[in-house]
Design a protein around this ligand. Structure first.
Ligand code: GDG
Length: 468
């Protein structure tokens, strides 16, 4: 790659410290290798601060420069809690019913993106390659271009992109989607998202479609493509082999020696379909008496964004559901559901995956879903568990050897779980091997490299176009 790498994401992390997976690992590792700049929000909220303003801080973390800005309370509430998490997050997860369109958040979203652009522009060098992440910062390149920045810029959307008819419910959809043309490259998680994008630009934005991956609008050509994100397989395998994970797996296996364990690990978010999953599990117990006193679901729901009403609702629903199942089906020596609303230490997570016979990853909608990939990597080759995966997770496009389910269909999901719990060893091994191969091939390093290579290629084709 030519030029310094500049990564921009709402939250940033110190790349010298062990990261909690996902984006932080991918980005931290890339930056640690080549050096570069990581820019984002500091995490500080300034009470009574002036909207649109925030102090810039730059510090050196090894080879990497970390640059952060503070947000005023007003900007934080409108940009982060408001437009990002109460409009874009629900709509992009197909939940128009939860979106707060008329709460007046949009000016705050623009203001914060402008603030980020203004502060970042001060730090940019002519040859920099800028990689912007996620829905909080969609218009960032547009704002940077307005300030005269001409660097190469790429954008990656970590969450799904819904079909045009759903996107169009956002009052500002046209402006928002047109700002993507300020980038040279836009990346999505899945082919389904990519299809939604090209349908949108054709029908709503009226851009010219050059080919399946190139679109022109107002004189700018954008390349768009699916880059399914992966996990750091080596790091996760190491974590799974380490003492702490082995200990957890050992204890769980001992405790549940006569039971069949199912595991779900999710952030407590309505997109993850946790209540639907628990209802499917109840259906399993209702329909199959042989599963009573046997199948045990451990559901970890790590709290997130709890200040929003939708999260309070899902919390109450889960408390009620789990209590009712345990009351109806539990016995002196067996509780069907163990529901744990807490963050589990990352070192212990692979141990839980490994002890389970079935991994339940059944989001109603998910950009990718890394838990599905982690579950597969943590399994023992000789006696692997079975992945039950929602067809509505981006990961389903790659992980076809999982047992795919429609999470809205409690009965169908219950029957698939039943099948997973009875799957013979030979079939479990075959499926696991196929899944593992694909996850290894498309790991997080592959993802980062293919995205940055594609971004680089946009520079070369632009040079060729100018010369022609
Ligand atoms: C967004 C998109 C996309 C979960 N609970 C605990 C815990 N986790 C870890 C998992 C996994 C990560 O959090 C969750 O990643 P996901 O991919 O499943 O979901 P989102 O957080 O919604 O991420 C998603 C992703 O971005 C990347 O592009 O795949 O579609 O929504 O690593 O293991 N980790 C610990 N304790 C927990 O209790 N330590």
């Amino acid at each position: 790659m030519s030029g310094r790498l500049v990564v921009v994401s709402n939250r940033i992390a110190d790349p010298r410290k062990p990261a909690a997976g996902g984006l932080a690992v991918a980005v931290g590792e890339a930056l640690n290798r080549t050096g570069g700049l990581w820019f984002g929000w500091s995490g500080n909220i300034v009470e009574g601060g002036t909207p649109g303003e925030g102090a810039l801080r730059v510090e050196q973390a090894g080879k990497v420069e970390l640059a952060t800005v503070d947000l005023s309370r007003e900007d934080h509430d409108a940009f982060y809690l408001g437009y990002s998490n109460n409009v874009l997050w629900p709509v992009f997860h197909y939940r128009l019913d939860l979106a707060r369109f008329d709460a007046g958040y949009f000016p705050g979203y623009r203001r914060a993106n402008r603030l980020f652009a203004r502060e970042l522009a001060k730090l940019l060098q002519p040859d920099d390659v800028v990689w912007v992440h996620d829905y909080h910062l969609m218009p960032l390149a547009h704002e940077l271009r307005q300030l005269g920045c001409r660097q190469r810029m790429g954008f990656f959307l970590h969450i799904p992109l819904p079909p045009p008819q759903i996107l169009a419910a956002i009052p500002e959809h046209e402006w928002l989607m047109r700002t993507l043309f300020a980038y040279d490259l836009a990346g999505f998680q899945s082919e389904a998202d990519m299809t939604h994008f090209s349908r949108y630009v054709e029908s709503e934005a009226r851009a010219r479609v050059l080919d399946a991956h190139h679109f022109t609008l107002d004189g700018r050509t954008l390349r768009a493509q699916a880059f399914p994100i992966g996990i750091d397989v080596d790091e996760f395998e190491e974590l799974a082999e380490a003492r702490e994970a082995r200990q957890v797996a050992g204890v769980m296996r001992q405790q549940y020696a006569t039971r069949q364990l199912l595991i779900g690990i999710d952030r407590l978010d309505y997109s993850k379909g946790i209540p639907h999953r628990v209802r499917a599990f109840r259906e399993l117990l209702a329909q199959h008496e042989d599963m009573r006193n046997l199948a045990t679901l451990i559901q970890i729901a790590s709290p997130s964004r709890e200040d929003l009403n939708a999260y309070a609702d899902i919390r109450a629903e889960l408390d009620q559901l789990c209590g009712a199942i345990n009351g109806d089906y539990g016995d002196f020596d067996w509780m069907p559901v163990r529901y744990i609303r807490r963050v589990v230490a990352r070192k212990r997570v692979p141990g839980l995956y490994r002890a389970a016979r079935v991994g339940l990853v059944t989001p109603l909608r998910d950009g990718m879903n890394l838990v599905a990939k982690e579950f597969v990597v943590a399994q023992e080759y000789n006696d692997p568990g079975v992945l039950v995966l929602s067809r509505f997770a981006g990961a389903a496009e790659q992980l076809q050897e999982a047992l795919l389910v429609n999470p809205y269909d409690a009965h169908g999901t219950a029957e698939t779980i039943y099948r997973a719990l009875q799957m013979p060893l030979g079939e479990r091994r075959e499926r696991h091997q196929a899944l593992l191969g694909r996850i290894k091939e498309h790991d997080v390093h592959w993802w980062r490299q293919t995205f940055l290579d594609a971004l680089d290629e946009t520079a070369q084709s632009a040079t060729r176009a100018r010369a022609a």
